[in-house]
Design a protein around this ligand. Structure first.
Ligand SMILES: [Mg+2]
Length: 429
């Protein structure tokens, strides 16, 4: 009875606003590290500031808006950035301080929504569907979030609001800094249309030229292209781009659940010991895992295989990869190497694979670019953040221990539910 009543209220509120059946907010601090330094040290305000290692090695983590007209940006080698902008003031990162402010921001987000998906210290998705009766129109929601962050931290945040994660993310960057961009679902496709294809999630320096080569330079052209044409030239990625270009993105805002790996096990009808047979099962697991990672824009940096013998002995072997990946091929290659160590101990009644050390593909921090040990420091402080705030912050999975067990917190992956024999593995600490 109570539930039905609530449902009716939602329907009435939403009826004139069909555009806002779904409200997704993407909120992202402006030049976060640099803005914090300018806040704390007034002598840095209005000046080009680069956050990065105080040496010519390594990369810039953040450039203040005053430095950006010089063509300086995050992930640029420090030497190059200093050449382009010799007057820039170099400031070493104070991760602990950024973490402190991150905590305040995430707390504010959770005041607005029970469903917050943090993507990094300064950026998150908020699921706000059905909350207009509490906070008002999407514009008002955005304004309130911006005011709350400014009041609490003294810093500006840019907010994008739309009916999908993808468009909300593009919108938050649209009028940076200090932007607020609201794109109703009904006009999202038209709004995206004139933008370059590089704004599509997943289109990087490799894919953009491939799209250009088949005559597609704007998102609108991708949206209008024939699906078969796109799939022919780009495979499953083509379908993905087609959907995004048409502002279709069903992905949910995922709260942090602490899942650290995604696995797929197969209990077999009959015991097997032939290598070719085992490899077929591993291949299927790899494909299923890779598909689900890609569906959520996650990548993995570790592969583990599990085999159970006909005497119920569970064997496992795992390896880290040199870089994150989301392709079945990569996982399968590693799995086959791992199989070398276990193949002689069959026959087996269960064959399984899991991937771990998960990270979000579009992580703007590009943590792998930290070249000077900052990465270690950042990860450990992020670990502390997780220990304290658990599910409301995203944490990059820590490296594997030498013992071969997975340790440390992971990212939010609550889409990894039990389905098709898949399972979420939560290794003990
Ligand atoms: Mg940011």
């Amino acid at each position: 009875m109570h539930e039905r009543l609530i449902l009716v209220v939602y329907t009435v509120v939403n009826r004139p606003m069909n555009d806002w059946r779904r409200i997704v907010v993407h909120a992202d601090m402006d030049a976060f590290y640099a803005s914090v330094e300018q806040l704390d040290d007034p002598s840095l305000r209005g000046k080009p500031v680069l956050i990065g290692p105080n040496s010519y090695r390594g990369v810039v983590l953040t450039a203040s808006y005053e430095a950006r007209p010089y063509g300086v940006g995050s992930a640029m080698p420090v030497a190059e950035a200093r050449r382009r902008c010799p007057d820039a003031i170099m400031v070493s990162p104070r991760i602990g301080r950024y973490q402190e402010i991150s905590r305040q921001i995430m707390q504010i987000f959770t005041d607005f929504s029970p469903s917050v998906e943090a993507l990094s210290l300064d950026e998150a998705f908020l699921e706000m569907s059905g909350s207009m009766h509490i906070f008002g129109s999407p514009e008002r929601i955005g304004r309130k979030i911006k005011d709350a962050v400014l009041n609490a931290t003294g810093l500006n945040i840019s907010v994008g609001i739309s009916g999908t994660k993808y468009v909300a993310k593009v919108a938050s960057a649209h009028e940076k800094p200090n932007g607020l961009t609201v794109v109703p679902q009904s006009s999202a496709e038209a709004w995206l249309a004139p933008m370059p294809v590089s704004r599509l999630w997943g289109v990087g320096v490799k894919t953009a030229p491939r799209l250009h080569a088949i005559g597609l330079t704007t998102i609108g052209e991708v949206a209008a292209a024939d699906l078969r044409f796109l799939v022919h030239h780009l495979g499953s990625q083509g379908a993905h781009f087609h959907a995004l270009a048409q502002a279709r993105d069903p992905r949910k805002v995922n709260r942090i659940k602490g899942a650290r790996s995604l696995g797929s096990d197969r209990t077999l009808h009959k015991d097997i010991s032939a290598r070719e047979e085992i490899e077929i099962h591993l291949r299927r697991s790899a494909e299923r895992i890779a598909r689900r990672l890609r569906a959520r824009d996650y990548m993995a940096r570790g592969v583990r295989i599990r085999l159970k013998t006909n005497r119920f002995v569970l064997l496992s072997r795992q390896q880290q990869l040199s870089k994150p990946t989301d392709t079945a091929d990569d996982f399968h290659v590693v799995a086959r190497q791992l199989l070398d160590h276990l193949i002689g101990q069959g026959p087996f009644r269960l064959v399984g694979m899991a991937v771990f050390d998960l990270s979000w593909r579009h992580d703007p921090l590009q943590l792998d670019l930290f070249a000077d040990g900052t990465i270690r420091k950042l990860e450990t402080t992020m670990d502390k953040l997780a220990a304290r705030f658990g599910r409301d912050v995203v944490i990059r999975a820590r490296d594997l221990g030498r013992s071969g067990t997975v340790s440390g917190p992971g990212v939010n992956l609550d889409f990894l539910d039990e389905r098709e024999g898949e399972r979420v593995t939560r290794p003990e600490r």
